[in-house]
Design a protein around this ligand. Structure first.
Ligand code: SF4
Ligand code: SF4
Length: 374
């Protein structure tokens, strides 16, 4: 039997789901296996849905009696990661940019570099080279380098583009789904996503593990670091939203003192965005290569590096904003954030949107199954 890496990802996923559907040993581990059990045949859409549901915790690989070196060579997390990688590319909007997923590390490095260079050049051309290293303090100090209206327009356009591209990708992933989605299913999906319910490999509330017996191979701290990263990101977004309200509603211009809400939220978020990605990198080093899709490595690392860079440059800007380093640091930070926005639909960030869509569909399917059985 050939190695899983050499088989077509969807064909391999179909083979594995057929084996797993007969075995069902892992049905308590996560949402993938109960969703699988609702099916007898697996369309391509079903398989990408199951792949989106998989959080890649690796628990089913550790537990599987049919994992390599067994001749069945079952490796669900590896295969699901390969299906996801192909699906991300196929759903990209516009389709022509799907290729960015294939060389993600290189593409994102180039876009970040260009973006930072464009901000540096823009600052220098608009205000003179010497202005880049001029120390400025007080309200409006940032906007001496780039007017607020230009900043707001540029970043709103980039974010709008990312949201539209992601929404079209999610629409392409839906495949009809479970029909109308009840608010209760949406609420369940929100709770599952907010708590990363399925990243724990079947851990129960009493602290015991699901089907897995060997605690020595866990606990994977990915859930903790993922929380730090996700909530750090959301806090930074909240900081930007608070800053927008300060600007337009209160008529107060950045930079703000440390005790103001945008700075407090941004600092907390920045700390989360440093700790989370560093923790995720450490967990990656500990993870068995047998559970990882080597070809997704560039995409995964590029996204972690982008988040880390956005936090480090933001925190450095906060600390050094009253010094001559403010200009270059502002260009660095804005360059990284702009690149993050425009590459969001073509990198690892998409997993958040697709996984949430899959969790919503799963919650709807569960509710429909319960109603049918009543
Ligand atoms: S991953 Fe292995 S143990 Fe788990 S259900 Fe599939 S075949 Fe069975
Ligand atoms: S979420 Fe974990 S247990 Fe479930 S299929 Fe993915 S790797 Fe296996």
């Amino acid at each position: 039997m050939s190695a899983p890496e050499t088989r077509d990802a969807l064909a391999e996923a179909r083979r594995l789901m057929t084996i797993c559907n007969a075995c069902r040993y892992c049905e308590g581990l996560c949402a993938v296996f109960p969703a699988m059990e609702m099916r007898r045949v697996f369309t391509d859409g079903d398989l990408t849905y199951l792949a989106d549901l998989c959080h890649g915790c690796g628990a089913c690989h550790d537990d599987c009696q049919f994992a390599p070196p067994h001749e069945f060579a079952v490796s669900v997390p590896l295969t699901m990661a390969r299906v996801r990688r192909d699906a991300y590319q196929a759903r990209a909007w516009p389709r022509a940019l799907g290729g960015l997923f294939a060389h993600n590390g290189l593409a994102i490095s180039a876009i970040v570099t260009l973006s930072i260079a464009a901000f540096l050049l823009g600052f220098a051309l608009a205000n003179g080279r010497a202005s880049l290293l001029a120390a400025r303090t007080g309200p409006g100090a940032f906007y001496a380098l780039m007017p607020h209206a230009v900043l707001a327009l540029l970043f709103s356009a980039a974010l709008f583009y990312a949201i539209v591209a992601l929404a079209l990708g999610v629409r392409a992933s839906w495949h009809g789904g479970a029909g109308n989605i009840a608010p209760a299913a949406l609420w369940q999906a929100l709770k599952d996503a907010a708590t990363l319910r399925y990243l724990d490999g079947g851990r129960h509330d009493d602290g015991g593990w699901g089907c897995a017996e060997d605690e020595a191979v866990r606990p994977d701290r990915r859930r903790l670091w993922h929380h730090a990263t996700a909530y750090g990101f959301l806090l930074c977004f909240a900081a930007t939203s608070a800053g927008t309200l300060y600007h337009y509603v209160l008529g107060r211009e950045a930079p703000y003192p440390w005790y103001d809400l945008p700075v407090l939220l941004g600092t907390l978020g920045g700390i989360g965005l440093v700790a989370g990605p560093l923790g995720l990198l450490a967990e990656r080093r500990r993870r068995s290569p047998a559970r990882r899709d080597a070809a997704s490595q560039g995409m995964d690392l590029a996204f972690i590096a982008m988040l880390l860079a956005s936090a480090v440059t933001g925190l450095a800007l906060l600390v050094l904003r009253a010094t001559p380093a403010m200009g270059p640091l502002l260009a660095l930070h804005l360059g990284v954030i702009f690149a993050l926005f425009v590459t969001m639909p073509y990198g690892k960030f998409v997993h958040a949107a697709y996984r949430f869509a899959a969790l919503t569909r799963y919650a709807a399917e569960r509710r429909a199954a319960v109603t049918r059985n009543e």
